[in-house]
Design a protein around this ligand. Structure first.
Ligand SMILES: NC(=O)c1ccc[n+]([C@@H]2O[C@H](COP(=O)([O-])OP(=O)(O)OC[C@H]3O[C@@H](n4cnc5c(N)ncnc54)[C@H](O)[C@@H]3O)[C@@H](O)[C@H]2O)c1
Length: 327
């Protein structure tokens, strides 16, 4: 098997995880990384025993890599990707693809012209629980999807906070809902609010898909508890997905509808047929990076390519437009 040589640009919270995963992957060699934080470069060079660069241009000039993971703050994605493309290297960029539709389109065009891979790190597409849910939907196990509802809430964290929660967090669930329904979004409505930054820190979004499926998403970076879940209402049942624990619960039809009294109602409603499909827990980032490497090795288009990243970004930006925020 040909060894694929990779570099990582931006070695903060996400970039460090890319380095960890690549450094353990068969058929892959983590050659070098770059970060503007000198102290971090020294520390990670030692930890991973690889060349670290403060300027990523030096990395691109000096190192013979096939592909790079880009995990710099989102507003820098376009500039860094264009530079990496000019060295004819394939790219996996962390989500969101970038901050504007125009920038995303120019990245897609450049990748096409240069015949390079551009993959966007929409990590939940690789979450085993989401993949299992997709299987159940394809089998029509619970009938047709009527609506989906996602909650992605958690504490404020002091890293790359130069975008709002719509393109930073809600974009994960926008991607998952598009993937599970395979439907286009017809309309987007949203309300947003700020608390700690100049960008929106909380939002409620309603997606109207063609054929009438509804998707609602609640996101924030304000609550102390981290919750990431999705529930789906079907014509023949209901299901919940916990993105973190990778558990799915499937609620079948309630058999009893006649109740003697209120206690009888509680016991029957609280006890529907619930199944918990078996899911092998795996790290979604590992599955995502393995897919990227496979695409580089076999010269294939990734399942979350630039166009998919653009579609997700467009919806998130339309949500922002709908909210018409003026703080
Ligand atoms: N897939 C996910 O679940 C997920 C989770 C968190 C973040 N992200 C994405 O990852 C990206 C980075 O976010 P983060 O949370 O890791 O942020 P971070 O602040 O922890 O890391 C960003 C790093 O980039 C470095 N950097 C800045 N400018 C640079 C440059 N010119 N060259 C090299 N390095 C540079 C910073 O010093 C920092 O270490 C963002 O696009 C974010 O949306 C994705």
């Amino acid at each position: 098997m040909e060894t694929i040589k990779v570099g990582v640009i931006g070695a903060g919270y996400m970039g460090k995880n890319h380095m960890r995963v690549y450094s353990k992957m068969k058929g892959v060699e983590l050659i070098a990384f770059s970060d503007v934080n000198e102290k971090l470069v020294k520390q990670l060079s030692k930890q991973f025993n690889v060349n670290g660069y403060v300027g990523y241009s030096e990395l691109l000039k000096n190192e013979d890599i096939d592909a790079a993971s880009i995990a710099v703050p989102t507003p820098l994605h376009k500039k860094v990707i264009m530079d990496v493309f000019s060295y004819k290297k394939h790219v996996l960029v962390e989500k969101p693809i970038t901050i504007s539709v125009a920038e995303a389109k120019s990245l897609i065009k450049s990748a096409e012209q240069k015949e390079l891979i551009l993959m966007v790190g929409h990590i939940e597409r690789f979450n085993p629980a989401i993949l299992k849910m997709k299987e159940l939907i394809e089998e029509e196990y619970l009938g047709e999807i009527i609506s989906l509802s996602a909650r992605r809430i958690g504490p404020y964290i002091h890293r790359a906070r130069d975008t709002g929660v719509l393109i930073d967090l809600a974009i994960h669930d926008i991607d998952v809902m598009r993937f599970l329904t395979e439907k286009k979004v017809k309309n987007v409505y949203a309300k947003i609010g700020p608390k700690t930054t100049k960008y929106e820190d909380y939002a409620s979004i309603l997606l109207e898909f063609e054929t009438g499926i509804l998707g609602s998403i609640e996101v924030n970076r304000l609550t102390p508890t981290k919750i990431r879940n999705l529930s789906l209402t079907f014509s023949d049942g209901f299901a919940t997905v916990d993105y973190i624990t990778q558990d799915i619960l499937v609620y079948g039809k309630m058999l009893e509808t006649d109740y003697k009294d209120y206690l009888d109602l509680i016991s029957k409603s609280g006890d529907p047929k619930i199944e918990k499909p078996e899911i092998e827990t795996q790290e979604p980032l590992k599955l995502e990076l393995e897919h990227f490497i496979k695409c580089v090795r076999e010269n294939k288009t990734p399942i979350v390519n630039g166009i998919e990243g653009l579609k997700n970004l467009e919806i998130a930006l339309n949500a922002l437009k709908s909210a018409n925020a003026k703080f």
